[in-house]
Design a protein around this ligand. Structure first.
Ligand code: NAD
Length: 329
């Protein structure tokens, strides 16, 4: 393979960053992507590869070094006490095996994973004081998010009061079910309004509204999967999920603790098959080191936790078309 000169690499890197920044802005700030996810992912991967080959060309403002996009909405801003990160992803089972090998090497032994569906929505943080919901926010750029406290009052599966007087933060995915998504797009189409490209963008566009009455009409749901500061007797991800369920959060029933990669691969096959029959969208499977103390030990990069990874499903037929989406408004 001919190696690229540094100048040529720099040129390609700048061009890829400009393109990805433009696409990310449409996706994160406008909730209206202009390319398919698979196209974005391919270009992002190219940038990652080039930056790995030329590490001194990596700059802090590169899209590979930051979470999400620029926040442009008029919603109030919220600082996250603990950053909300993105997640590393892989696109093949072989790369998933490599992830497991890497983890085993880092911790010195094999580990169990809590394996969960990767819900296609947007991250949501919920903060409680003495058992009362006091603040809800989006991920934003990971450090600063948008305040959606008023909007989540209308999401019925979010507990506004907990059965215990806990001061705590949980996180999960806010999503729009497939049926609600189709109905919303039908209504928008009838009114001559721009339809949402997918349930993820519909959920983001519906939650991030200045007028919470709009959110009220949109039929949003949540799956809660992260406990930011669990009590000491919670030592694993699967226990955290069980306890959050007991507290009244809507958790996804399909997640399970698996002891080896053969079981993980079976889980992937099962949900690749069942994906279309689910009532909500998923775009992959998430593997999380189950032991919370090991998660702590493994820590994070600037952008992603080292203890979790997403296996992304291959793009569906219609998503493989490499072109910019043309909106018919
Ligand atoms: P991501 O959406 O690929 O993964 C991280 C997110 O997964 C988390 O923040 C969380 O919200 C979510 N998630 C869902 N289920 C989860 C679970 N069970 N446990 C933990 N987290 C779970 O990463 P990202 O940084 O939000 O976005 C990058 C992705 O967004 C890209 O890979 C691309 O597919 C898409 N994107 C597309 C465009 C476009 O133009 N089409 C632009 C930007 C980003």
């Amino acid at each position: 393979m001919a190696t690229l000169s540094k100048e040529a690499a720099q040129e390609q890197i700048l061009a890829l960053r400009a393109k990805l920044n433009k696409w990310a802005d449409a996706y994160y700030a406008q909730d209206a992507p202009v390319v398919e996810d698979a196209v974005y992912d391919q270009n992002y991967q190219q940038l990652l590869n080039l930056e790995a080959e030329f590490p001194d060309l990596v700059t802090p403002d590169s899209i590979t070094q930051r979470v999400g996009g620029e926040i442009k909405s008029d919603l109030s801003k919220v600082e996250h006490p603990v950053p909300m990160l993105s997640m590393g992803d892989v696109f093949s089972k072989a790369e998933l095996e490599e992830f497991d090998q890497r983890i085993q090497k880092l911790v010195g032994h094999s580990v169990s994973y809590n394996v969960e569906l990767k819900i296609d929505g947007l991250s949501l943080s919920l903060e409680y004081t003495d058992g009362k919901l006091v603040r809800a926010s989006t991920r934003g750029n990971g450090r600063i998010g948008e305040d959606v406290t008023k909007n989540v009052q209308f999401i019925s599966d979010i507990p506004k009061t907990l059965p215990e007087k806990l001061t705590t933060e949980v996180r999960g995915e806010c999503y729009m079910g497939k049926e609600a998504f189709l109905k919303l797009n039908e209504e928008r189409d009838e009114k001559g309004e721009q339809v949402f490209a997918n349930p993820r963008n519909a959920a983001a566009g519906s939650l991030r509204q200045l007028d919470p009455q709009v959110t009220k009409k949109r039929n949003l749901s949540t799956f809660i999967y992260t406990w930011v500061n669990p009590p000491e007797d919670i030592t694993s991800q699967h226990q955290a999920i069980q306890k959050m369920k007991d507290l009244g959060f809507h958790t996804n029933e399909t997640g399970k603790k698996l002891a080896n990669m053969a079981e993980v691969m079976d889980f992937i096959d099962e949900y690749t098959e069942k994906r279309d029959s689910l009532t909500y969208g998923i775009d992959g499977i998430v593997l999380k080191v189950d032991d919370l103390s090991l998660q702590q030990k493994l820590g994070n990069t600037v952008k992603v936790p080292r203890w979790e990874i997403a296996y992304k499903f291959p793009p569906e037929e219609q998503e493989t078309v490499v072109h910019e989406i043309v909106w018919t408004v």
